[in-house]
Design a protein around this ligand. Structure first.
Ligand SMILES: [Zn+2]
Length: 465
């Protein structure tokens, strides 16, 4: 039974989508005004694993992600670079997609660009005004927070006590500082940097929060199953979404399961532009093995913080290599005889861990336990090919979920010449002719193979693995 931690109720709940096996899932997408950093990527890798697991569990998942392709940050970036505003999201979103591709992020069913949904946004703002939840002032429209009594419930904020340090947009038009903008009147006159759309309130553009609910309502209706995002988006962004959609439709709850991810830090410090310690996703995949980065992220439970360091990266890379080394050895097993090995208990452990709020580290632990149990049998050559095959089929399931290639795809066929050389070297070693043995080893290495000495003799390994 799959359980999910729901931020709305603050407890783990049995996962029961509203429409049986069909899951409607929305995750806050990026604002492509600069390069996405590895903290952003952690979030998208986490939801990619969740979507992959739900699909493995035979749910049909529609995974929707918005792209905030118009925003103050985009207008500012366009002005700074002196380019047409739309060039900014075009440039950084394609960079983001290229990085995601290297990281095997494949789960998203639809990317919805905010600017493609202006009519839906305007219609939702209009409904909020008509129902008395929003007001217009000088061409801008605001949501009146005091009209929605549940505001602050998700993040556990009490508006009366809310600390003044919370950053709020300064705006003379607002009745109350907590009110937030739904439609923003055009400020400048330069359409190159700041686009504007016609609306019943004059020319302007959407606020940040409203695009999510206009888009999710268009695809899913006023209520749906799962909404994800980084934990830091709970307030004010997700509170605003709840206020908008529940006020517009009168239906509660807007979202059944709110799922939030833990933050990626650099050691103990938060990654931030002002601290100058940001690692972009592009930089990461260009300088590090993308598979190892993904493996590192999946080695942590999605809700936990991830204190990134080079040391943790190296550890993850080496753990990943252990699994790949194991599958390579499994694939080489040909003997029909041997001990029967029950893989089922390890599979069970993996699925139980994933069913427990997508606990990937505990799921991966099942593989490492399997490796420890099976390795001695491989060394003694007492593992049958049938058992090896069962193990590979289990690891294939894990691979589908965590999204990191684990099965060594290199051919395990070792050329006869190499095997002959290896046998020759083995003989030389047994005769104590170390220098000659080393010379043969060097010849093997030149042809792209390394030798690993085992208790029973040797093993030939294609280089690079
Ligand atoms: Zn959002």
């Amino acid at each position: 039974m799959l359980t999910v931690y729901n931020s709305r109720t603050r407890k783990k709940e049995v996962f029961k989508p509203r429409k049986g096996k069909r899951v409607q899932m929305f995750v806050c997408g990026i604002t492509p005004y600069n390069s996405a950093h590895i903290g952003n990527l952690k979030t998208y890798l986490n939801y990619d694993v969740i979507a992959r697991y739900l699909r493995l569990r035979r749910y049909t998942v529609f995974y929707l992600q918005n792209v905030t392709d118009i925003d103050d940050k985009i207008v500012n970036a366009a002005r700074a670079a002196d380019v047409v505003w739309s060039e900014i999201p075009a440039r950084y979103f394609s960079e983001f997609q290229a990085v995601c591709e290297k990281l095997h992020v494949i789960g998203i069913s639809k990317y919805a660009y905010a600017t493609d949904f202006i009519p839906e946004i305007i219609a939702q703002v209009k409904r909020l005004i008509d129902k008395g939840y929003a007001y217009e002032k000088n061409g801008s429209v605001y949501f009146e927070v005091k009209k929605f009594k549940d505001y602050g419930k998700l993040s556990g904020q009490n508006l009366a006590k809310l600390h003044k340090s919370v950053r709020l947009e300064k705006d003379e038009n607002k009745k109350h500082p907590y009110d937030f903008v739904l439609w923003k009147a055009r400020e400048g006159t330069n359409e190159k940097y700041e686009p504007a759309w016609d609306s019943p309130w004059g020319k302007g553009r959407p606020g940040w929060h409203i695009e999510d609910t206009a888009i999710s309502e268009k695809f899913f209706g006023p209520q749906y199953d799962l909404h994800g995002g980084a934990g830091e988006l709970k307030f004010p962004h997700h509170e605003a979404e709840i206020a908008q959609q529940e006020s517009a439709s009168g239906k509660k709850p807007f979202v059944k399961y709110w799922v939030h991810t833990g933050v990626l830090t650099l050691g103990k410090t938060k990654m931030s532009k002002s601290l100058g310690n940001v690692i972009s996703g592009k930089e990461m995949v260009e300088t590090h093995d993308p598979d190892a980065f993904r493996f590192l992220v999946t080695s942590t439970q999605y809700r936990s913080p991830l204190p990134y360091s080079e040391k943790l990266f190296t550890q993850a890379a080496s753990n990943l290599e252990k699994i790949r080394d194991f599958t390579r050895r499994l694939k080489a097993i040909k003997q029909k005889s041997g001990k029967a090995f029950a893989v089922a208990p390890y599979e069970k452990k993996f699925f139980a861990a994933m069913d427990d709020d997508f606990n990937t580290p505990s799921g991966l632990a099942a593989i490492f336990t399997l490796i420890r149990a099976a390795n001695p049998l491989i060394e003694r050559k007492t593992l049958s090919a049938k058992s090896a095959k069962a193990m590979i089929s289990f690891i294939k399931d894990v691979e589908r979920v965590i999204g990191v290639p684990l099965i060594n795809t290199l051919s395990t066929q070792i050329p006869q010449g190499i095997t002959a050389l290896a046998k020759e070297r083995d003989l030389l070693r047994k005769q104590g002719k170390w220098a000659e043995a080393d010379a043969v080893r060097a010849r093997i290495l030149e042809q792209g193979y390394t030798l690993k000495d085992t208790k029973e003799g040797f093993e030939i390994i294609p280089a690079g693995k």
